[in-house]
Design a protein around this ligand. Structure first.
Ligand code: MTE
Ligand code: MO
Length: 252
């Protein structure tokens, strides 16, 4: 291995250690997610510690006006009801053919009330509308208006146990991810049922799509089926970002 590579590695390790140190002042609601000794991912801990240690937990992502809304490409999984697609889900196809009347969002894990919510129930809870910029790791960005219930409202309804540290979100197309409680309870973290004043289109994640506005686009999971409140960090295995080489935390 060349001198230069070794130096780079050392720098990355240093960043990781600095990151760990940063958490000492990051407050009690955060815990360092493990990086499995993955050298490249150690820098993520640095980013995470920096954001959680130095930036306000309540800082808001910028919001825009209606006139700034742009066209919005649909990427990744686009229709889990389509038998021909990689993301096909029998369960989703059934719900889709019934206009999602039988859809239920499941809330599981460390809550007093493990509950299911129909779309109607979610729409009857306090609604939030926000116009934000979605930034994809592939290099494009787009602005849209999202309407839905704050995740914190749903979690409060279910009474989260005090030792909760993370939430895991599962989807019908078998991608999953997890988030710390700071992002889960953030006022702009919503479960959207509407987009640009209309119903959320299938291509953009109907019937329910997570919006986590202070992180990169792939954290805003489409086709949400279940939310689990956890004490321990969960990388979501092969369905999650870390094991496929992506960062778990990408704050902006
Ligand atoms: N369930 C699910 N959520 C997902 C994806 C996906 O493939 N499946 N792709 C992610 C990525 S990489 C991006 S950029 C956005 C794309 O959202 P859009 O299709 O509404 O543009 O959704 C994210 N959420
Ligand atoms: Mo993306």
């Amino acid at each position: 291995m060349s001198e230069k590579r070794i130096l780079n590695r050392r720098q990355v390790i240093k960043a990781g250690l600095l990151g760990a140190g940063g958490l000492a002042f990051a407050g009690c609601r955060t815990a360092m997610p493990p990086t499995y000794g993955n050298i490249l991912r150690m820098g993520d801990n640095f980013t995470y510690a920096l954001h959680r240690g130095l930036f306000s937990e309540k800082g808001l992502a910028p919001e825009y006006s209606r006139s700034e809304i742009t066209s919005f490409p649909a990427t990744g999984a686009a229709n889990p009801a389509d038998r021909g697609k990689r993301e096909f889900s029998e369960e989703y196809a059934k719900l889709h053919s019934g206009q999602f009347k039988d859809y239920r969002l499941q809330i599981d894990g460390l809550v007093e009330n493990r509950r299911n919510f129909s779309l109607e129930e979610l729409r009857q809870m306090a609604q939030k509308t926000q116009i934000t910029r979605h930034i994809c790791e592939e290099g494009w960005s787009a602005i849209a208006e999202w309407t839905g219930v704050q995740l914190r409202t749903v979690l409060e309804t279910c009474k989260v146990h005090p030792e909760a540290r993370y939430v895991r979100v599962d989807t019908f197309d078998d991608s999953s991810d997890s988030y710390d409680m700071v992002d889960a309870l953030h006022p702009q973290t919503i479960l959207a049922t509407g987009m640009n004043g209309g119903e959320l289109p299938v291509a953009h994640g109907a019937p329910l799509r997570l919006r986590v506005e202070r992180q990169i686009g792939y954290k805003s999971l489409k086709f949400v089926s279940k939310i689990t409140v956890l004490k321990e960090f969960d990388d979501c295995g092969s369905k999650g970002a870390i094991q496929t080489g992506w960062a778990w935390y990408v704050g902006m």
